[in-house]
Write a protein that binds this ligand. Structure first.
Ligand code: 5AD
Ligand code: SF4
Length: 533
């Protein structure tokens, strides 16, 4: 599946896609050359002067700290509010947040929008109209980062034209030392850098950036807390994201997320249940529970209450659909399968990232399961939920992946018969263990493998979709199709996109749809009747 198709599927902002160019290696040493910088302390704060710009450094990212997993209790903070004196800071001003990456970022943007609106800002989609622009960034692959640096370059003339414009960089990239250093050195038109653990500090940080002349840097590398009660401006009225946990402790060797998102920490069950009940009352029809590794939910609460228990409690709430993403096969337990088998509002779609079909590669990735264990788990799920749809993530070209190991990925894809597989070329990430491995696979070979894999994946998706022709399925209508304003589009319980000619009154409703035509990435259908939900 390519980027456009994936965006269409997930309805998300530009992000995960294949690394296209074989770029020369970056010379990071230039980003660490602070010989021209001077540091001074004023009123207990540290200021750095570099390239003619003064920088207020509250806290900088530190990879070593980001890696640490201590025993300190996670604090749940319920006291968030926008201070009274900052509630008018944004009056008459506009903001724009550009979101890159996964659903977690999309949801963080909803929180930041909520905070900014409580400060009096209103949203705009026009860059030239904005007084505040935040880039909510993704660090998962190098090309995601390149896009952000490209965008920073585009914004420079605007900042020169309009010096009062505030440009902020947040999200996963700001948790990386090299990125922050590169911005300090080369992009001094940026006014604010903050990380993924201190979104709730936006009011104060923005005030400092607006009122002071310095660039403000505050990126917490501590393991993170749970901040409840942040205001939130949800993007949709039908489908809502609900965080159930933050961070990741899995440390797969290729992945930067455990360093940028901190340690695994679960929200309290009662806070999640309350939020979902409230969304149901507001008329939302579908909830997607979010976490980097949702199957680890509850481990840190230490009370034996895990994802299965949470799903069982949410099952009782009167809301038509509940999904979760993303799963790690290692933590997917039998109780969860038993609960999911109850069906009803727990939909039969399992996104189960496999990453590779070779047990040897999985070992090097530190995924902590073998191909056989993965297939056995999928078998258990299929036995309990016969119509379950499986989707997955796959990385090709992990360091030293052999032809034979790649063939094992191909054969696993055939065996699993995935509805959709999101495929990526391995992208080395600074400071991760895999980035230190010697790699003997040329980029050309990786690209050929990706092309072969994509062909297989697409053929299977097309066939699986074709099997639905003539069937009647439940579709939750999300809105007017982006491609054709005469049709509405929505999703099946298994998350497949369906375009259907139906009256606009169907938006936000579950309708029965007969599938008339299958395409590789979407389905066309005709309205049969509204479902009773
Ligand atoms: N290179 C390529 N793909 C990666 N992913 C995570 N880290 C990397 C990387 N360094 C992929 C994995 C994950 C998905 C969200 O992104 O497949 O499941
Ligand atoms: Fe990354 Fe692995 Fe954690 Fe997923 S489970 S976020 S791939 S470290």
């Amino acid at each position: 599946m390519n980027e456009e198709q994936r965006k269409q599927q997930l309805n998300e902002s530009p992000s995960y896609n294949h690394d296209k160019k074989d770029k020369p290696k970056k010379d990071y040493s230039t980003y660490f050359d602070f010989s021209s910088a001077s540091i001074e302390e004023k009123e207990g704060r540290q200021y750095m002067k570099i390239g003619g710009r003064s920088i207020q450094i509250n806290e900088q990212p530190d990879f070593k700290k980001g890696k640490k997993r201590g025993k300190e209790e996670v604090e749940v903070q319920y006291g968030f509010n926008v201070p009274e004196e900052l509630r008018r800071l944004g009056q008459g001003k506009k903001y724009l947040i550009r979101t890159y990456g996964c659903q977690m970022n999309v949801h963080d943007t909803e929180n930041m929008s909520g905070i900014l609106e409580e400060m009096g800002f209103t949203e705009t989609s026009e860059t030239t109209e904005a007084d505040v622009i935040f880039l909510n960034t993704c660090a998962i692959r190098e090309n995601a980062e390149n896009k952000v640096f490209g965008e920073l370059g585009h914004l420079k003339p605007l900042k020169l034209e309009k010096p009062e414009l505030i440009i902020g960089v947040c999200g996963c990239m700001s948790q990386e030392e090299t990125v922050v250093n590169r911005i300090l050195q080369k992009h001094n038109h940026v006014d604010l850098i903050f990380g993924t653990h201190n979104i709730h500090r936006v009011p104060e940080l923005l005030q400092d950036a607006i009122l002071g002349k310095e660039m403000v840097v505050e990126v917490w590398s501590k393991e993170g807390d749970v901040v409840e009660n942040m205001p939130r401006k949800r993007a949709g009225k039908t489908q809502a994201w609900v965080n159930i946990m933050y961070g990741c402790d899995k440390f797969c060797t290729y992945c930067i997320v455990p360093y940028t998102r901190g340690k695994e920490r679960s929200r309290m069950p009662e806070d999640i249940i309350h939020e979902v009940r409230d969304l149901a009352r507001q008329g939302y029809k579908e909830i997607t529970l979010l976490g980097q590794n949702v199957n680890a939910y509850g481990k840190d609460l230490g009370e034996g209450y895990r994802l299965g228990h949470l799903m069982d409690d949410l099952h009782k709430i009167d809301i038509p659909r509940i999904r979760f993403t993303t799963s790690h096969p290692r933590d997917f337990d039998d109780h969860l399968i038993e609960v999911l088998a109850k069906g009803g509002n727990l939909v039969e779609h399992i996104h189960l990232p496999v990453q590779s079909g070779s047990s040897e590669v999985l070992k090097l990735m530190a995924r902590k399961y073998t191909r056989e264990q993965y297939v056995e788990l999928a078998g258990k799920i299929k036995a309990a939920i016969p119509h379950a749809s499986f989707t997955t993530d796959i990385i090709v070209g992990f360091p030293n992946e052999t032809d034979a190991q790649f063939e094992e990925t191909m054969s696993l894809v055939e065996e699993m018969d995935y509805d959709i597989a999101y495929t990526y070329i391995y992208s080395p990430r600074d400071n991760t263990p895999a980035a230190k491995m010697e790699d003997n696979v040329p980029m050309e070979v990786k690209k050929q493998r990706l092309a072969r894999l994509n062909k297989l994946v697409n053929d299977i998706s097309a066939r699986r979709n074709a099997e639905l022709e003539g069937q009647v399925v439940e579709v939750l209508i999300e809105g007017v199709s982006k491609k054709n304003e005469n049709v509405l589009s929505g999703r099946t319980r298994t998350n497949k996109m369906v375009n259907v000619a139906a009256p606009e009154s169907c938006i936000g409703q579950v309708i029965y749809t007969k599938i008339t035509e299958a395409k590789t990435w979407s389905l066309n259908g005709e309205l049969v009747e509204m479902a009773e939900v």
